[in-house]
Design a protein around this ligand. Structure first.
Ligand code: TXA
Ligand code: MG
Length: 325
């Protein structure tokens, strides 16, 4: 049987029904597609972990319809969270706050905090409003693999393990939300994403730092993650040609992900924008395309590190990290 992909906007009520009976719905967000379950139904949340092959100790983001729907999810809402919400919600920002009574252990991994986000995608907003409660939703891919940015990606990865896949077109941002920890006095970025470090710092009036941590609290921060099957090599504009040329001797099929440019004879181009925002939008689709097309090795042209470049560099470095299997 095929995975059930339906038009998102016209199937909100069907999705609510699936969620109310403890099922799983893949839903479009502006960052990536999420695999959603009723965050207050422990069995349903366990199905997310089973379906993704994700260790149960790795906490999930709870999606809600707005800051006024945070009641019971967060124990307290600090002034910093209100400022950020006013500026970036709905949108690609996740806030880690002291957890409230509605946040189950299975969602938080037993921690004293909970990650909360208000997505801006039309389908996600309408679904959250119609559902009423919170939706626990990690990216709708198998654990460790490339996140999905289209309904087709979800279907290819998870197939009939999902009860319903809501199609909302390609995700506009293309990389996951920025996760900012506001549970202590010093705000810190746990995962760079769709909202830039510069914008967070500007709104909070402090220099918000990226907290480099390798704890399993944040699986998206494990060394090898977001990885396609093909091997990934990184270059900048001036080294793409040489990188590709050096790999050519391996006799394997090689492609470059980057803007149109002169390349060694046997090397293919998977064309992508040079700027960070443009690259973010298509990056995961290009990594998946490379696998479908059967390339063995990829050279990806990195964007500069400012703005969205921080998130894109982060994902690409993890995709390029040594694999454990
Ligand atoms: O853009 C996104 O954030 C997407 C869409 C679907 O909303 N979701 C997403 O979920 O990327 P996932 O599960 O792939 O990543 C969630 C991240 C994980 O790295 C997890 O460890 C972290 O959020 N996280 C969840 N709760 C946390 C907490 N209480 N403290 C620290 N990190 C937490
Ligand atoms: Mg993920």
């Amino acid at each position: 049987m095929d995975a059930k992909v339906v038009d998102g906007l016209s199937h909100i009520e069907d999705a609510v029904e699936v969620l109310k009976r403890g099922g799983l719905v893949a839903l479009p967000t502006e960052t990536v597609y999420g695999l959603a379950a009723d965050a207050e139904n422990e069995l349903a949340v366990r199905r997310i972990f089973a379906t993704k092959g994700r260790p149960e100790t790795h906490p999930l983001i709870v999606h809600v319809s707005g800051i006024d729907a945070l009641d019971g999810w967060a124990r307290e809402i600090p002034e910093t969270a209100r400022k950020l919400a006013a500026e970036f919600w709905p949108g690609p920002l996740t806030m880690v706050l002291p957890r409230g009574p509605r946040a189950l252990d299975v969602v938080t991994g037993g921690q004293d905090t909970v990650a909360l986000r208000v997505p801006s995608h039309d389908v996600a907003r309408k679904l959250l409003k119609a559902f009423g409660g919170g939706l626990a939703a990690p990216s709708a891919n198998r654990f460790g693999h490339v996140s999905p940015t289209t309904a087709e990606h979800v279907a290819a990865d998870l197939g009939t393990d999902v009860d319903l896949i809501l199609d909302g077109g390609p995700s506009e941002v293309g990389v996951e939300s920025t996760i900012v920890d506001l549970s202590s006095d010093r705000p810190a970025i746990l995962r760079p994403g769709g909202v830039s470090r510069e914008d967070l710092s500007r709104v909070l009036g402090v220099d918000v730092q990226l907290e480099v941590s390798s704890t399993v609290r944040t699986p998206g921060t494990l060394a090898s993650h977001y990885a396609p099957r093909a091997g990934v090599f990184l270059a900048d504009r001036s080294t793409v040609y040489r990188r590709a040329e050096a790999l050519e001797h391996s006799g394997q099929r090689i492609a470059v992900i980057g803007p149109r440019q002169r390349l060694p004879g046997g090397v293919a181009l998977l064309e992508a924008p040079e700027d960070a925002e443009g690259l973010a939008r298509v990056l995961y689709a290009k990594l998946r395309e490379a696998d479908t097309e059967g390339f063995d090795l990829l050279v990806v042209q990195l964007p500069p590190e400012d703005g969205m470049g921080l998130a894109v560099q982060d994902r690409l470095k993890r995709a390029a990290a040594p694999r454990s299997s």
